[in-house]
Write a protein that binds this ligand. Structure first.
Ligand code: RIB
Ligand code: CA
Length: 309
């Protein structure tokens, strides 16, 4: 597979951390920047977490701070500390970090990178789509310069995980999602239809990250994540949200997709619902199936060969 030029737009987040771990191990993904967005915690904490993870995984790319508010100017009422902990990374004690954010903001950086890598840039967006929507609003040419957007978010034939209809990243900022969908930029939705098909557990992760310099930290944060799923589903394993979108970027052959048009419901009890109309000529793809065993093998092998040499 040829190299992809990518930006990681993220709200770290326990599963965001696991996705970044995998992204860093993918030699066919050339990461140019990490842009942050509020979501699993507020923007200050999510940005701090991005700096921590960058140090932990020894990733040499700039971190740009994203929007602290939604596209319509509102602020979140609260953050999902019951899933990711108050610090967004499991409340297990955050490692020290040394670097700093860039002076430029995330939206300007996204626009600049789209010019620098015109026609080649792939945005891997695993949080709400606010930064992307702001870039669309600030620069008419932004969306047209992207090669593709791959999102973790949404649900097609699967119920939501925040309401019966809506997934967290999309209901976080439905107006932003609609702005991004309307650009008709090629976009693949890696939503709950597939991210709930693959599950990880301590038993799976221990041999994958155990013994690495940051292994204990990753196992601890995933214990917090697992605890949430014990409380809510009575299961010790947990769905693989953000990493599934990253695996799609490198191994699309593991996924079954349908093509068509996405839109997002903004009003009423279905607010945040991703609505999909199948059309072979549409700009959007929705993942509907995944080879979960192959995905877990891909994830584990990629981590082993990169971090264990
Ligand atoms: O619904 C799952 C998504 O919400 C993931 O991106 C997770 O990190 C949270 O932001
Ligand atoms: Ca996320």
């Amino acid at each position: 597979m040829t190299e992809k030029h990518v930006v990681f737009d993220t709200d770290p987040g326990i599963d965001d951390a696991m996705a970044l771990l995998y992204l860093n191990a993918c030699e066919n993904l050339k990461l140019h920047a990490i842009t942050t967005i509020l979501g699993n915690a507020d923007i200050e904490q999510c940005t701090r977490n991005a700096l921590i993870l960058r140090d932990l995984f020894r990733i040499d790319v700039p971190v740009y701070k994203g929007s602290a508010i939604h596209i319509n100017g509102t602020e979140p009422d609260d953050y999902p500390d019951f899933v990711h902990g108050a610090d967004g990374l499991g409340d297990v004690g955050l490692p020290e970090y040394s670097g700093d954010i860039e002076r430029e903001d995330a939206v300007s950086a996204l626009i600049d990178l789209s010019k620098k890598h015109e026609g080649e840039l792939v945005i891997l967006a695993v949080g709400r789509l606010t930064n992307l929507a702001l870039a669309v609003q600030q620069d008419d040419g932004f969306a047209g310069r992207l090669q593709e957007i791959i999102i973790m978010g949404g649900a097609y034939q699967h119920p939501g995980n925040v309401t019966p209809f809506a997934e967290a990243n999309i209901i976080g900022d439905p107006e932003a999602a609609e702005i991004v969908f309307r650009t008709e930029t090629p976009l693949t939705m890696v939503g709950l239809d597939v991210t709930t098909q693959t599950r990880m557990s301590h038993e799976y992760l221990e041999p994958v990250v155990g013994g690495l310099a940051f292994g204990d930290f990753l196992l601890a944060i995933n214990r917090t994540y697992a605890d949430y799923h014990v409380r809510t589903e009575d299961r010790h394993d947990f769905p693989v949200h953000d990493s599934s979108a990253l695996v799609y970027a490198t191994r699309p052959d593991l996924f079954e997709t349908v093509t068509g048009h996405l839109s997002c419901t903004a009003e009423g009890e279905e607010r945040g619902r991703t609505v999909f109309r199948e059309d072979a000529n549409g700009p959007h793809k929705v993942c509907i199936n995944i080879d979960s065993n192959a995905m877990l093998e891909e994830y584990g092998q990629r981590i082993a060969s990169f971090y264990r040499g």
